[in-house]
Ligand binder design. Sequence first.
Ligand code: DGL
Length: 278
Amino acid sequence: MDNRPIGVFDSGLGGLTVVRQLIRELPGEQIIYFGDTGRVPYGTRSPETIEKYTRQDCNFLLKEDVKLIIAACGTVSSVAPHVLNTLPVPALGVVEPAAKAAATVTRNGIIGVIGTSATINSGSFLINIRKIRPSSQVVEQACPLFVPLVENGWIDENDEVTCLTARRYLLPLLNQGVDTLLLGCTHFPLLKPIISKILGPSVTLIDPGKIAATKCAQMLAENDMLCEKSGNGSLRFYLSDRTEDFARVAGMFLGRDVNGDVHTINIDNVDIPVECGV
Ligand code: DGL
């Protein structure tokens, strides 16, 4: 048994889609969420900057004495997975488990991947899918406009602007015959109704956050690190900047009203260890 909290971080509030799944899987756990709202987005930044931010984010969570860290961010999981591999606590990103699921689920071996520009440029999903299924064809598409559309709440399945944008991004994937689509960014699960409408029922959508939550539950169980309680867990938020519409945006990603402590921290003041071993 281990009653310490689970730490989850993301470039902003989108990672709450992962927390939403985590609460479903592990309702008794305490969760500490760090959203780097002062420096979002990560998806348009250089690998060097993303790596530096990842180290700071992890270091902050380690100071909070978390027992496991989840990088909910598709961009971090794609660009800086090596940082996660050297932490003193177990850590996981959203790429590997989801790539494995996609490689297993596909029937025709043609898998679509959508994400931020940094995620798609890294080729992370492609590399991990090919490790499991070398013959698969992976069709990648950066969808940077999805992020602000979701953050503005334009997620209704009849929203004209979002539907138009989604068609432009997704129809080429459909034309290439994908039967599975990996939603490689925290924000994209909120667009599932629109994406399904465009791609139709024969394309299976893979939500990496959901798969990461299941993997986290497995890792904790295997290592005897689950908490004692089976319900009534808690959620504490740390943000690097407090935005006025925090409750609205966070509630949208979390799928319910936000209740829990919210703290603002100065992430630049969190010491960066010389070696990422912390
Ligand atoms: N959280 C990021 C991701 O999942 C999306 C937002 C950003 O660009 O920072 O890739």
